[in-house]
Design a protein around this ligand. Structure first.
Ligand SMILES: [Fe+2]
Length: 288
C-alpha cells in the first residue's frame, strides 16, 4: 500500500503549552508497529557486544521489545519508578528553551511518529525509534539520569548566555554519538549510534574515524557533521565522570571559549589523548 505523502501524521495534532501532544497509541497502524519491530530486531541483533551494558540492561528492564511501538504512559511509569524520568510525546523538534526545560524536569521529549518505509536507514528528524529506543533506556541509569537533568539546566543557562552553539556540541558528542570505555573494550552509549545500524559498526570498528578521550572544553570548540558519519568520536571513562564534568556552572568556561578558535571536525590537537588515530579514508573518499 502506498504511503501518504506526509511523513508525520502528528504535525497537525494540537500542542499543549509545553509542546507535548497526545500519543493516541491505539491509532498506530499494523504497518507502523511492524516497522518498529523490524528496526528493533535489527538493532537488537547488532548491539550485544557493541552497546554499553547499562543500555542493554535498561532496555530489558523497561520492557522495550519488538512487539510494537511502546505506549509512552506505560514506559514512563516504569522509568519514573526507577529514576523519576518520563518520556513525553511531541510532534517533532520543539523550541530549544522548551526542550531544556523538559530535561531539567526529568521529562524526555520524544517524537511520537515513526519514520516512513523509505527512511529505515536514515532520517533527518528524530522519530519514536530514535528517541525511545536510542534515548530512553539510559534514563533508567541513576547517574546518567542526573547528567541529563544537569544538561537541561545547563541548556537553559546557555540560552541566556548566548552559548548554545558550544553546549549543543557537548550533546552531540556524548548523548548522540558518545563512546564509553569498559574493561571489555569501547562500547556505544550515544543514541545516534544505538539507533543506527551502519554507524554503530563504523564508530567502533572502522579504521576511518579518530577516537579521542573526552575533553569538555575541546568538545565545545569542535565542529561536527549532521549529514554523515562522524570523523571523530569521544570516549568517556564512565557516566559519573561525565556527570561530574558537566554538573558545574559553565559561565567561566564559556568566557574562555569566546576567545578560542573552533576546531575542525577531523582534527587532532596537541592536547588530545588519542585512543585511535583514524586514517579518515571514509570522509576523504567522499570529498575526493
Ligand atoms: Fe537524539
Amino acid at each position: 500500500m502506498a504511503e501518504a505523502p506526509t511523513r508525520n501524521r502528528y504535525v497537525d495534532v494540537p500542542k499543549k503549552a509545553d509542546w507535548t501532544i497526545e500519543q493516541d497509541w491505539p491509532s498506530y497502524s499494523a504497518q507502523e508497529h511492524d516497522r518498529w519491530r523490524r528496526l528493533f530486531d535489527r538493532q537488537a541483533r547488532l548491539l550485544p557486544g557493541r552497546a554499553c551494558q547499562a543500555f542493554l540492561d535498561a532496555k530489558a528492564k523497561l520492557g522495550l521489545s519488538g512487539a510494537g511501538i511502546p505506549d509512552f504512559d506505560t514506559l514512563s511509569q516504569r522509568l519514573q519508578a526507577l529514576t523519576g524520568w518520563r518520556v513525553v510525546p511531541v510532534a517533532g523538534l520543539i523550541p530549544d528553551e522548551m526542550f531544556f526545560t523538559h530535561l531539567a524536569n526529568r521529562r524526555f521529549p520524544a517524537g511520537a511518529f515513526i519514520r516512513r518505509e523509505s527512511e529505515l536507514d536514515y532520517l533527518e528528524e528524530p522519530d519514536v525509534f530514535h528517541d525511545v529506543f536510542g534515548h530512553a533506556p539510559l534514563l533508567a541509569d541513576p547517574v546518567y539520569a542526573r547528567f541529563m537533568e544537569a544538561y537541561g539546566r545547563g541548556g537553559c543557562r546557555a540560552l541566556k548566555l548566548g552559548r548554545l552553539r558550544n553546549l549543543a556540541r557537548l550533546y552531540w558528542r556524548t548523548v548522540e554519538f558518545g563512546l564509553i570505555d569498559t574493561p571489555e573494550g569501547l562500547r556505544i552509549f550515544g543514541a545516534g549510534l544505538l539507533s543506527s545500524p551502519a554507524e554503530a559498526v563504523f564508530a567502533l570498528d572502522d579504521a576511518s574515524p579518530h577516537r579521542l578521550a573526552f575533553d569538555l572544553e575541546r568538545i565545545m570548540r569542535t565542529k561536527y557533521r549532521i549529514d554523515d558519519f562522524q570523523q571523530c568520536y569521544f570516549v568517556i571513562e564512565n557516566f559519573d565522570s561525565l556527570r561530574r564534568a558537566c554538573d558545574q556552572d559553565f559561565a567561566p568556561l564559556y568566557a574562555r571559549l569566546g576567545a578560542a578558535p573552533d576546531i575542525e571536525a577531523d582534527a587532532i590537537v596537541e592536547t588530545d589523548r588519542v585512543i585511535t588515530r583514524g586514517d579518515l579514508h571514509y570522509s576523504r573518499n567522499k570529498t575526493a
